[in-house]
Design a protein around this ligand. Structure first.
Ligand code: AMP
Length: 223
């Protein structure tokens, strides 16, 4: 099925679960470009708060610098502010990370809407290599990798609409923080995955495969 044949009403709200570097952000960019999904990444929203030096940003900066999770109250409020389901289909990327967040998403945001939780499976030992070489566009959040998928434009984003934005190496993509983020993910995610498994809407993809192959597997889940 090609992209245009996919009816918007058949497209579920998508919840992406996976450790940093498992390919969630890459798939979210593709789904946004090709199927008009809204990409809602709580990590991106928090980084925006930090870069614009809001009171919330100042509060979470030191927590994020260590790789620990920000409180449920903060991320839930941020999500509610930035998500309006009447605007279309969303990808929740990096949210939920705890059962409290999952319950809130289900009860207060999705309220019965058709949704799928997709777990990105990946071997933990290759994550570090993926993330420390990752470079991100600060404008559109496109993800590159200096080893495996460098930008055609060197250290600048390829997307014309970003007008040559310089790619960044996120502070929390540096090795010592990444190790902690992976640990924190592993400590917290099991009950969240069980939550979706019990609901019967958990699916899995192999995050080690090429991005285009993963994209096709995700799309096939809609029909
Ligand atoms: P990410 O870009 O999704 O890897 O998130 C970067 C950082 O933002 C995480 O290491 C956490 O400190 C914080 N963060 C993002 N999303 C959440 C969330 N749903 N719950 C708690 N903390 C979060």
């Amino acid at each position: 099925m090609n992209n245009s044949a996919l009816q918007a009403e058949n497209m579920p709200q998508l919840i992406f679960l996976g450790p940093p570097g498992s390919g969630k952000g890459t798939q979210a960019s593709l789904l946004k470009k090709r199927l008009n999904y809204h990409h809602l990444s709580t990590g991106d929203l928090l980084r925006h708060e930090i870069s614009t030096k809001t009171p919330l940003g100042l509060k979470v900066q030191s927590i994020m610098a260590t790789g620990n999770l920000v409180s449920d109250e903060i991320v839930i409020e941020l999500l509610q502010t930035h998500c309006k389901l009447s605007d279309g289909k969303y990808i929740f990327d990096g949210f939920p990370r705890t059962v409290v967040q999952a319950q809130m998403l289900q009860k207060d945001v999705l309220t019965g809407a058709n949704s799928l939780a997709i777990e990105f499976k990946i071997q933990m030992d290759i994550l570090l290599d993926r993330i420390v070489n990752r470079r991100t566009c600060p404008k559109c959040s496109s993800i590159y990798n200096i080893k495996y998928r460098p930008s055609r434009d060197g250290n600048y984003c390829e997307n014309q609409s970003c007008a040559g934005a310089e790619l960044i190496h996120r502070e929390d993509d540096k090795e010592n923080v990444v190790v902690k983020r992976i640990e924190v993910y592993q400590e917290n995610i099991r009950p969240v995955i069980e939550f979706y498994s019990k609901l019967g809407n958990l699916r899995q993809v192999d995050g080690m495969l090429d991005g285009e192959i993963v994209f096709e597997s995700v799309k096939k889940m809609f029909v």
